[in-house]
Design a binder for this molecule. Structure first.
Ligand code: ADP
Ligand code: ADP
Length: 229
């Protein structure tokens, strides 16, 4: 049950334009750390580096004490789960979408995950229930409903480390609050890195890092940062 550690990470997509300029932080096992900052600060780049879509030019990224340069993407995917910004579901059944990546899960486990994600009562009202098709030719789900299906999938998969990439930003504020309460259940006791635009969307982080132009310019707890403006 590991943590995440960035050690003086430098990264640029284009050598002429550094994006991360020596970023160091730690998400201790079981804790939640959030990264906030303006658009273009490099927040999503941090999550892409964690999945090894890109390699840092210098510095190290450790997960569970192991340099991820030595870990395959496949095993990273098992360790690290992500609730993305915009959830794209497969044109298949709701159950398929929840079970995705945990094919051995029983129907009961799928339903329990849906219950924790607070989407089960909705699913029961839909003709066909868990067997209803979603997507183009089937059921059209709202942004919030899709997000909850994605959360149910993550609950079922139970990766030791979780990344939430502005998981609620595409939603209206009512839906956002509802999703947040579902996410709190997921995040509890799990190593979590939250990537967010706004302080207001962050749930119970143990530490918040303010990233600006590729550097951590401030860190603290919610109250401290709000007080500092
Ligand atoms: P944030 O998530 O904080 O909005 P990003 O990490 O997405 O920021 O982007 C940081 C900077 O890197 C931005 O200036 C963005 O334009 C640039 N960038 C992001 N992805 C790429 C890419 N694939 N190639 C080149 N530049 C990129
Ligand atoms: P996200 O996956 O976080 O939604 P994107 O990767 O689509 O973000 O893009 C993040 C930012 O990086 C955007 O501002 C986008 O315009 C910019 N960006 C993405 N790809 C490139 C690229 N190849 N070159 C320059 N900027 C890019």
């Amino acid at each position: 049950q590991g943590g995440i550690r960035f050690e003086n990470v430098h990264f640029a997509y284009d050598p002429a334009r550094p994006i991360l300029k020596g970023v160091s932080f730690e998400v201790p096992a079981g804790k939640t750390v959030a990264v906030v900052g303006p658009s273009g600060a490099g927040k999503s780049t941090i999550s892409r580096l964690i999945f090894r879509f890109y390699e840092p030019q210098s510095g190290r990224i450790l997960i569970d004490g192991q340099n991820i340069a030595d870990v395959t993407q496949v095993s990273l995917r098992q360790q690290v789960g992500m609730v993305p910004q915009d959830t794209v579901l497969f044109n298949d059944t709701i159950a398929y979408n929840i079970r995705y990546g945990r094919w051995d899960a029983t129907d009961e486990e799928v339903e329990e995950a849906a219950r924790l994600a607070q989407i089960d009562s909705f699913i029961r009202m839909v003709p066909g229930g868990y067997k209803a098709q979603v997507g183009e030719r089937g059921l059209k789900l709202s942004g919030g409903e899709k997000q909850r299906v994605a959360i149910a999938r993550t609950i079922l998969k139970a990766p030791p480390i979780l990344m939430l990439d502005e998981a609620t930003s595409a939603l209206d504020s009512f839906t956002e609050r509802e999703i947040q309460s579902a996410l709190e259940l997921v995040v509890k006791d799990r190593t979590t890195l939250v990537i967010a635009h706004r302080l207001s969307t962050i749930i119970n982080a143990d530490e918040i890092l303010v990233l600006d132009a590729g550097q951590i310019v401030e860190r603290g707890r919610h109250e401290q940062l709000l007080a500092a403006g």
